[in-house]
Design a protein around this ligand. Structure first.
Ligand code: ATP
Ligand code: MG
Length: 424
């Protein structure tokens, strides 16, 4: 991994989140993630976020030190009318200029109050103040205006903390202003490749050679995001645009081969639904330890009604016979956690619903063993037009993880079956 996110520079952005409540844990920060994703989509590089209390000294320190390393500093919060809103004071300190009342802003605040039949309070008029060297950013959807300030080579934008106000200010005022003042010669572009059910370290091993080359190129960055049962590999390039990105992405795809499950944040269920839609086929489920989890994952995807026939939770052993036609003799001889039983469940789901594909899960979720089978002993089966496949698994983790991984394996096996038929 190279320094795309580590380097400062004039095209880099820093973010200061202001608010005691963020440090006390009474408000969970959402502005940080929203700003990060929005900047990324706009091709801007956020390299640091800091959280500071409603303290003018700490706000000033954060803005001052970031402004010496990056070309743009954004702040969120502390612009309101109350005595604990101290971002303006901090900016006045950093700029070494006094706070003055901005006549246009004062007029707008007065008009806003007048339209509600009131005159503005002293507190409200505090929001019209800005450091003498700064400009006001008029807020189209709120009463608290933002402030823009130049500190040497750095542009500072102070924005309100209320998420809806911050969002409109960033997209309708700040980003267009940045495009005019700090145009991007070559915006950073990125893409992600999704891998299912392969550990992060295995993914890193497969990509060792590609990563070594990326390491040597300061304009390319490869990053990993591990989620449950899924790893996203994000490739970002800072110059060369779409063509350069496509060639690096191509190398990643080649190195990962059949482990690649999807692109740009797709989930297993989304990929399966899309493949079924392409094929004009349907699926039904017969689930034991996952209790409907496979069907729930599929129904979470918009458009699933065209491809999911339905599903049955056959938790008790006798229901595996009465609802999915598993032969009684088989259940008596082998017990419910058995490859032939799982295969019969998947076939039963197809037969009972008329679906093209049947997916079955059976196993021991834990924490206790069942007979001599330990927790994590799981079988998934997929029945389809070209036969039935089963997979025995020894899954790690607690009950929740075993169930989650079982759902992922069931969907991934169906995905592989669908793709292997597509490629024929
Ligand atoms: P106001 O004019 O409402 O006072 P402000 O710019 O002074 O706006 P703050 O007082 O810091 O902003 O925050 C206003 C409200 O916005 C907070 O009570 C909180 O609910 C929400 N908020 C602030 N910062 C964040 C954040 N980082 N993530 C999510 N919500 C936030
Ligand atoms: Mg406030």
């Amino acid at each position: 991994v190279t320094g795309l996110l580590r380097e400062g520079g004039r095209d880099a952005v820093g973010l200061v989140l202001v608010g005691d409540e963020l440090l006390l844990g009474t408000v969970a920060d959402t502005n940080g993630a929203w700003v990060a994703a929005t900047l990324r989509a706009a091709g801007r590089r956020l390299v640091e976020t800091r959280v500071v209390p409603d303290d003018p000294g700490r706000i000033a320190d954060a803005v001052r030190s970031m402004s010496s390393q990056v070309g743009v500093v954004l702040t969120s919060g502390g612009l309101g009318p109350t005595s604990d809103d101290l971002t303006r004071e901090a900016l006045s300190d950093v700029a070494a200029r006094p706070l003055v009342t901005d006549e246009t802003a004062a007029q707008l605040i007065t008009t806003w109050y007048a339209s509600r039949g009131r005159s503005p309070t002293q507190a409200a008029l505090r929001m019209a103040r800005r450091p003498a060297s700064a400009d006001m950013l008029l807020n189209p959807h709120g009463s608290a205006p933002g402030v823009r300030l130049r500190l040497d080579e750095c542009l500072v934008y102070a924005l309100p903390g209320v998420p809806a106000e911050l969002q409109t200010m960033l997209t309708s005022v700040v980003l267009p202003d940045l495009d005019a003042r700090l145009p991007q010669r070559d915006p950073t572009v990125s893409a992600s490749v999704e891998v299912a059910l392969l550990g992060e370290s295995a993914v890193v091993d497969l990509l060792a050679a590609v990563e070594a080359d990326a390491e040597a190129d300061p304009d390319v960055d490869i990053a990993y995001l591990a989620r449950p049962a899924q790893v996203s590999v994000r490739v970002s390039v800072r110059s060369g645009g779409a063509a350069t990105l496509a060639s690096w992405e191509g190398r990643v795809l080649e190195a990962l081969g059949t482990h690649v499950m999807g692109k740009d944040g797709q989930t297993l269920a989304e990929v399966v639904v899309a493949a079924l839609q392409r094929a004009g086929e349907t699926v039904a489920t017969a689930e034991s330890l996952t209790g409907g989890g496979v069907a729930a994952a599929v129904t979470a995807v918009p458009g699933s009604s065209a491809v999911l026939r339905g599903g049955v939770v056959v938790y008790a052993t006798d229901l595996k016979e009465s609802l999915t036609d598993v032969p009684r003799r088989l259940l008596d001889e082998r017990g419910p956690v058995d490859e032939e039983v799982a295969a019969a469940m998947a076939q039963g789901a197809c037969r009972r619903t008329g679906a093209t594909w049947g997916v079955a899960t059976t196993g021991v979720a834990g924490p206790d063993p069942v007979g001599d089978l330990g927790p994590g002993t799981v079988i998934v089966a997929v029945a389809g037009p070209d036969g039935t496949t089963t997979r025995g698994l020894a899954l790690p983790g607690d009950r929740a993880r075993v169930r989650r991984l079982t759902v992922a394996h069931a969907l991934d096996d169906l995905r592989r079956r669908l793709l292997s038929r597509e490629s024929r």
